[in-house]
Design a protein around this ligand. Structure first.
Ligand code: GLN
Length: 394
């Protein structure tokens, strides 16, 4: 009997989606045995205390669902952590939702708070998830370019993209991919625009402790008048070198937390229960852990900056996060994709093409992003391989 042909099923929502370029680079790096300086994750060990806490939680049989919006001890630890670092008083019963990573925190928030046709202001270059997250929520991104090499914020340009349909601003500081740390003045100016246009300020603060040269992270939720309109997204991933745990959280006022919790519940039910318990240990690590993290990353940043400069890249110095954006113009490649392909296949080092951080790929075609969340040996091995690149203007 003939088999009935199956129609091509695909939601119109994903018609324009492409494979994540960042994750594609990891796949290609594995395939070609390249040193992976593409996807942002550490190749060194997570703190021993938190690994032991996760093992203990499993041994203690914390193996069933936690409360959907987060195990009580973990939400309490999140409250204590924000008190300790930012003198912020949160109600864990009504203002905190634990999610499967900041990735889920962001999409759950957008799905819960936006409607089709709403506009979201995004600073460009931007972390690649914000566009698909907005798309899945039916919202439209309006981009504001940051100006290289300082990635300065042009307030007139910001104001120009706000319209009566603006509902949210997504702001990531310290920033991926630029390493920009938004200043108090810049954050205050963005906050005032959010008030003027009655918008939410959705902040991705996942690199809060990875910050250099004496810069300090300022959560916009702590600015006057912003407690009611900020949605703060964060996770354990970067601060505790556990990107595979997928444990994050969203902080928002109760009227915003309610819909976020509903979406979160139906999307994922909850984050891994034993890992939330280990999160209690993580968030309670003593202060030197956090200062040491920043110091270690600053050393790695400086090492990779030196390597890239020596190789002929023109790196821009990041003030935070763990990436270095480089201008590749001097090498004479057709574009960033050709450069990254050559780097993976012939040099043996993977980076992320700059175009993946821009709405118009042409705007990032002279850039590549290298991640320095790697052991010294890994960075040195990348240095040896980069010598094969043969310097500018091959
Ligand atoms: N945030 C990391 C990066 O930019 C990891 C991205 C991902 O694969 N989720 O590389």
């Amino acid at each position: 009997m003939a088999v009935a042909p199956v129609r091509r099923f695909q939601s119109a929502r994903v018609a324009e989606f492409k494979e994540s370029v960042i994750r594609e680079m990891t796949r290609l790096a594995l395939q070609h045995g390249a040193v992976n300086l593409a996807q942002g994750f550490p190749d060194f060990a997570a703190p021993a205390e938190i690994k032991a806490a996760a093992q203990q939680a499993i041994a203690d049989d914390l193996n069933q669902y936690s409360i959907t919006w987060g195990a009580k001890p973990f939400r309490d630890a999140i409250r204590d952590y924000y008190r300790r670092f930012y003198q912020l008083d949160l109600d864990p019963e009504r203002e905190i939702t634990v999610c499967c990573g900041a990735t889920e925190g962001m999409i759950a928030s957008l799905l819960a708070l936006l409607n089709p046709g709403d506009e979201v202001v995004v600073f460009e270059p931007f972390y690649e998830n914000y566009w698909p997250d907005s798309q899945l929520s039916g919202a439209v991104c309006r981009y504001v370019p940051l100006r290289p090499p300082e990635w300065a914020l042009d307030l007139d340009a910001v104001r120009a993209v706000f319209t009566k349909r603006s509902r949210a601003v997504i702001l990531n500081s310290p920033n991926n991919p630029t390493g920009k740390v938004f200043s108090r003045d810049e954050l205050t100016a963005v906050a005032r625009l959010c008030e003027e246009y009655d918008c939410l300020l959705i902040t991705d603060e996942i690199y809060e402790h990875i910050i250099f040269d004496g810069e300090r992270h300022l959560p916009p939720i702590t600015l006057p008048g912003m407690r009611e309109r900020c949605v703060l997204v964060n996770s354990l991933s970067k601060t505790f070198s556990v990107t595979g745990w997928r444990v994050g959280w969203v902080i928002a006022p109760p009227d915003l937390t309610n819909p976020i919790r509903k979406v979160h519940d139906f999307l994922t039910v909850g984050a891994a229960a034993p890992l939330q318990q280990a999160g209690v240990t993580a968030l309670n690590l003593p202060d030197p852990y956090f200062t040491g993290l920043a110091q270690n990353y600053q050393t790695k940043r400086d090492l990779l900056l030196g390597i890239l400069e020596k190789t002929g890249f023109r790196p821009m110095v990041p003030k935070g996060a763990y990436y270095i954006l480089c201008d590749i113009s001097s090498f004479g490649f057709k574009d960033d994709l050709e450069c990254c392909r050559h780097l993976i296949e012939s040099v043996g080092v993977a980076a992320v093409p700059g175009s993946s951080f821009f709405s118009d790929p042409a705007d990032g075609s002279n850039l590549t992003r290298f991640c320095f969340a790697k052991r010294t040996e890994t960075l040195r091995s990348a240095a040896e391989r980069l010598e094969r690149l043969g310097g500018p203007s091959r």
